[in-house]
Design a protein around this ligand. Structure first.
Ligand SMILES: N[C@@H](CCC(=O)N[C@@H](CS)C(=O)NCC(=O)O)C(=O)O
Length: 263
């Protein structure tokens, strides 16, 4: 069967008869064949997968210049996931291949593909949005790799605190105000006040204390890019946080010499 899970950009392909390559490169199926909807929740689907899995494979379809893809890549590296990276070009004559349109009809990276198989079953979970990847990664990796499960949402930190960083400070404020400021070539007063708010909110050494959480993975690609354009030393806590993350292998490996903004 093939189902698109309502509510998040994730769907599951699987069932006893699914075998071989799920996304053959010569497939020319129109993208709308992914439109069948299911009311089965993604959590249930993940549990179904966990119950039957005996081996799994995690693949990130990405472009390393993209900040959203970097966010997912950092999270996967923080969680020490054994990962296959499939980099595709998005634009120009070598642009998106057909198999990629089949995988994600929206045509955006990153896409996380988690395949698991056992004697009885074969399932693939596809997550097509970086926010959903961060939201679901603790469940996905917890189910495929029981040990060593470093949590992006640790139990001693309130989910709301992580979400305030992710949704309010980064997605709602920093992204639009950062774009305006970069295009205007100046650190505008509205961006300055968000950076001040963020600076005061840093617990240190990481955004919410002694461990990396989903907040750090999410914020880093965007704040790092702003630092390439503007002097962020007037925001000492934020500046120190960038430095700390940049020295960790999980983050450092994802920093590229050539990169894209987020618009
Ligand atoms: N909401 C998506 C946005 C991802 C996104 O915009 N990716 C850009 C590259 S940075 C992309 O794939 N663009 C290709 C296109 O729009 O054709 C996410 O967070 O995953």
């Amino acid at each position: 069967f093939l189902s698109l899970v309502g509510g998040s950009h994730a769907f599951v392909i699987g069932g006893k008869s699914a075998a071989g390559h799920l996304y053959p490169r010569n497939s020319h199926k129109p993208w709308h064949q992914h439109s069948a909807r299911s009311s089965v929740s993604s959590t249930l689907q993940l549990h179904m997968m966990a119950a039957s899995s005996s081996s799994s494979n995690i693949r990130l379809v990405t472009n390393t210049q993209c900040p959203f893809a970097q966010k997912a890549w950092i999270a996967l590296r923080v969680k020490q996931v054994e990962l296959e990276i499939d980099e595709i070009s998005l634009y120009g004559p070598n642009g998106k291949p057909d198999w990629f349109w089949n995988l994600n009809p929206q045509g955006t990276v990153p896409v996380l593909v988690v395949s698991s198989s056992s004697y009885h079953d074969k399932k693939t979970i596809v997550v097509t949005d970086s926010d959903d990847i961060l939201n679901e990664l603790d469940d996905i990796v917890g189910n495929t790799n029981g040990q060593n499960n470093i949590l992006l949402y640790p139990s001693d930190i309130a989910v709301e605190e992580i979400e305030t960083w992710r949704q309010e400070r980064i997605n709602q404020k920093l992204l639009p105000l950062g774009q305006q400021a970069v295009l205007a070539h100046q650190l505008t007063p509205p961006l300055q006040s968000v950076l001040q708010e963020m600076d005061r909110a840093v617990v240190g050494p990481f955004l919410l204390g002694s461990h990396v959480t989903a907040a750090d993975c999410h914020a880093f690609p965007f704040v790092w890019r702003l630092q390439q354009e503007f002097d962020l030393t007037p925001y000492p806590q934020l500046h120190a946080w960038l430095q700390t993350c940049g020295e960790l292998p999980a983050f450092a490996k994802t920093i590229q010499t050539s990169w894209w903004w987020w618009w």
